[in-house]
Design a protein around this ligand. Structure first.
Ligand SMILES: [Zn+2]
Length: 236
């Protein structure tokens, strides 16, 4: 092949790589992040985008854990080859103001090192009885890592019984880097059990479950997503 032919082929290959990258990033570049920015700039102007804490959509087994706009969905892509393991719910308020509640009865654990995180064991998945699942929640701390989890659940808490609707803490913006806090939100994931009574790594998308049927809300980014997930059939 001539040199010029190789250059053309090389340029075409580079173009394809860029297109593939844009395709993988499309969820991040288009709807959802724009909606999050719009919401966070003027939350009071978009209060109808919010889902209410403790509300339940239709016959959903879980009650909604906090007040806010569900800005990022399960499966959204923020960076190449990485999918979001849960949903991000943005209160549109300051740090420490918006309460976070247990969505279901279970047993709460908070590791010694967890400033902003907790996990609730649910012995029997309400949608797949007999299967154990775990609810992981994080960002309940301020930028410096001061916890916003209530005093009932200090670091080192293990297997403490919680009831659906019980207050767990408040939304924060802790990211691990005090200079680069996130927007104030709650991250919520449903994590699979390893089969021997422990939760799998909550940071791996493959270890998490689509939360949509548990809340009866469209929360799966790969489905026919709307940029503003809302309950289609509210309970009376
Ligand atoms: Zn998240």
């Amino acid at each position: 092949m001539k040199k010029s032919g190789k250059i053309v082929l090389g340029a075409a290959a580079a173009g394809l790589v860029v297109l593939a990258g844009l395709y993988l990033y499309r969820g991040y570049l288009s709807g959802p992040s724009t909606a999050v920015m719009t919401f966070l700039r003027a939350p009071e102007a978009h209060s109808d985008w919010k889902t209410s804490a403790l509300s339940r959509c239709g016959d959903a087994p879980f009650s909604f854990p906090t007040d806010g706009f569900i800005g990022y969905l399960w499966g959204d892509s923020f960076r190449l080859l990485h999918k979001h393991q849960g949903i991000d719910i943005f209160a549109g308020t300051d740090v420490g103001q918006t309460a976070v509640y247990a969505p279901y009865d279970g047993y709460l654990t908070r590791l010694d090192s967890w400033k902003s995180s907790l996990i609730i064991r649910i012995p029997s998945d309400p949608l797949h009885p007999g299967n154990q699942i775990w609810l992981y929640m994080t960002h309940l701390a301020d930028p410096q890592g001061t916890s916003l989890i209530v005093a009932d659940f200090p670091p080192g808490t293990a297997e403490k019984a919680v009831r659906k609707g019980e207050l767990l803490g408040y939304q924060g913006n802790y990211s691990g880097d005090p200079n680069r806090p996130t927007g104030v939100h709650l991250h919520f994931s449903i994590v699979r059990d390893d089969g021997s009574g422990r939760y799998l790594n909550e940071l791996e998308f493959e270890n998490t479950i689509d939360p949509s049927p548990y809340f009866n809300l469209p929360l799966n980014a790969s489905g026919s997503r709307s940029s503003i997930p809302k309950c289609a059939s509210p309970a009376n």
